[in-house]
Structure formats: structure tokens, C-alpha cells
Design a protein around this ligand. Structure first.
Ligand code: BG6
Length: 321
């Protein structure tokens, strides 16, 4: 029996979870519930689509994206692990690690009484991963599709000694026009400005307007971030746990043109708000221990929304999830 048929038999939930060939023939899981729909590829454990019922697409996908083994998908939520950006001292290593181009294993699909659907994907160290990163690990990624999109990545250290890694949910959010959108929740934080030789700067008070190429690694921040998008009359919120870095990225005009898998005119329609642990916030994990990073992507229509610059989980005493 083909791989896809085996997965169908094991994990399909009639009318709710379908396993099907997606773009480029790559296997994807399509989830449809009364509250939302989503697509998740085994290639890179990549969430490419999430739309709450009656709402608009939350995740941006490039019309130029490749869907091909060995290549990263452009848009949605690329999974970055175990290094962020270029690997220090190894120019041959793939940008942003190997997780986003690895074949993940589907290990569970289930619906909760509240109607949300959780899909579990796993990736373990192998001969291929050891070539660029000589450590033993197991990743467990749970994507929960409901009235919000919840992402949770557990990293278990199976090596004999400690491991240090970086990670990110490289979330591409759809906006009506990035030039009129405002990003809140990062005021007063230090960031590394990758458009200016990774200089360390401090974010001034007030909402952030994107006015040019933006590539910033905000350090030591656990706060929720919101994007107020007047063009689509909604607010997108990224709330997070187990993450001390937030990356803000928009390629703007020249970089968009330079990327082969991104349309020249697509940059106004997206902004990346990445839930991460990177640079000084890299995670060092003792042997046998597990680290968890989680994010909720929440779409609110109209001008109302949660107060940015705080963390919903912390405010509710960690009661969420
Ligand atoms: C961001 C980085 O997270 O990802 C940027 O901070 C990078 O420097 C961008 O350009 C896209 O990376 P890639 O490898 O997907 O083209």
C-alpha cells in the first residue's frame, strides 16, 4: 500500500481530517472543522493555510513558492530548527536549519470535545541530521486547528551531554497592506538589526510602522505581539510561551525581487512575526530534558483586541492550554 493510503487508513477522520496529495504532489493533511480549516504538509511540518470560519486567510503564502523535496516552502509557518539564519562557522549548512526541509512523520490526529483538531508530527535525529548537527534529539510538533491556530514544539535531548539550539515558528501573516499595518508589543525591547550589520538597538515607545526592509531579532521578550491591519479591518495576535525572542521581518522591494521563490509585488501583503529562541536566547537543554515552545495565532476582526505588550498566558496565571 502506498504511504498516503497507509496514513489515510490510520489517521483520517471522515469529513474532518483528510490526507491528500497537495502542491507538487507532497503529502498534506487537510483539516476542516466548524470553526476553521487548515493545511499541514509532512514536508517541513509546514502549516501553509489557516482560516477561521467566516474569516479571511491568516497565513500568507507566496504564489511563487516551491513545493519540492529539499526546498523550503515560502509562506505559512516554516519550522526553524536547530539554528536560526546561517549556521555559525558553516556556510554550507542550510539557512534556518534542516527541520523545514525534512520529511516529518504523522503520528496522531484527533478531535477534542471542543471541536478543535490536533495533528501531531515528529522528527528524530538521523544519519542525515547528524551530518550537519551531531546530536541526538526528538521533536514533537502539535498543530491545533480551532478558533485559534495553536502551535507547540517539544524538543527532547537524547544526547549524552547538553545541546544548544535555536528555533522559530517563522509565521508569515497576511496583511492588507504592510505600509499601513502597525505592530505592537515590542516597545522598549532590544533588537539586533540585521539590515544594519546586526547592530544592537532599542525599540522606541509606540507602535511600529514598517517603512522599509525590516529584519529584527528582538531579544529577551516573552510578550504577545499584535498586528493591527486597517486595510483588512482586523487584528492578528501572536501569543506565546517558552519563547524569549520575536523576529519581525518584511523583505520590502529589493529583497523581494532578489528572492526567486517570492513574487516581486508580494511584500506589501505579508509580515513575519516569528515566535523564536535565537541568538542570546538560544536554548541549552541538559540530557534527558524537554523544552517546549508554543504560540497561538489569533484573528480578531474590527479594532478591538487584547492588550499587546503582555502575555495572555501569564495574565491568566498560566491557565490557558
Ligand atoms: C528571517 C530572517 O527570519 O527569514 C531573514 O531574519 C531572512 O534574515 C528571512 O531573510 C527569510 O529566510 P529564508 O531562508 O526563508 O529566505
Amino acid at each position: 500500500m502506498s504511504e498516503i493510503n497507509t496514513l489515510k487508513q490510520k489517521f483520517s477522520i471522515p469529513g474532518i481530517v483528510t490526507i491528500e496529495p497537495g502542491n507538487g504532489g507532497l503529502t498534506r493533511i487537510a483539516v476542516t472543522t466548524r470553526d476553521a480549516e487548515a493545511h499541514i504538509y509532512l514536508h517541513g511540518a509546514h502549516v501553509t493555510h489557516y482560516r477561521p470560519a467566516g474569516g479571511k486567510d491568516v497565513l500568507f503564502m507566496s504564489g511563487k513558492s516551491l513545493f519540492q523535496a529539499g526546498k523550503a516552502i515560502r509562506g505559512g509557518v516554516p519550522m526553524i530548527f536547530p539554528w536560526f539564519g546561517a549556521k555559525a562557522g558553516d556556510s554550507a549548512a542550510p539557512m534556518h536549519g534542516f527541520a523545514r526541509t525534512s520529511a516529518w512523520e504523522l503520528t496522531d490526529a484527533r478531535q477534542s470535545p471542543d471541536g478543535s483538531v490536533s495533528i501531531t508530527l515528529e522528527l528524530a535525529s538521523s544519519e542525515a541530521t547528524r551530518k550537519s548537527w551531531p546530536f541526538e534529539f526528538a521533536l514533537r510538533y502539535v498543530v491545533t486547528v480551532g478558533t485559534t491556530l495553536d502551535l507547540s514544539l517539544e524538543t527532547r535531548n537524547l544526547s549524552a551531554g547538553p545541546i544548544t539550539f535555536e528555533e522559530a515558528f517563522h509565521t508569515y501573516l497576511t496583511v492588507g497592506d504592510v505600509r499601513t499595518a502597525r505592530v505592537e508589543g515590542l516597545a522598549g525591547r532590544d533588537f539586533l538589526d540585521k539590515t544594519d550589520g546586526a547592530k544592537r538597538k532599542t525599540q522606541p515607545p509606540g507602535p511600529i510602522a514598517i517603512t522599509g526592509e525590516t529584519d529584527r531579532v528582538y531579544l529577551h521578550t516573552t510578550d504577545m505581539v499584535s498586528v493591527t491591519d486597517t486595510a483588512l479591518a482586523r487584528r492578528l495576535i501572536v501569543d506565546k510561551r517558552g519563547s524569549r525572542t520575536t523576529v519581525l521581518w518584511n523583505p520590502w522591494i529589493a529583497k523581494a525581487k532578489a528572492m526567486a521563490d517570492f513574487g516581486d509585488d508580494e511584500w506589501p501583503a505579508m509580515v513575519c512575526i516569528e515566535t523564536a529562541n535565537a541568538a542570546e536566547d538560544a536554548v541549552t537543554l541538559p540530557p534527558g530534558q524537554t523544552h517546549k515552545m508554543a504560540a497561538s495565532i489569533i484573528a480578531k476582526t474590527g479594532a478591538k483586541g487584547d492588550r499587546p505588550g503582555t502575555n495572555q498566558w501569564e495574565m491568566s496565571g498560566g491557565a490557558k492550554q
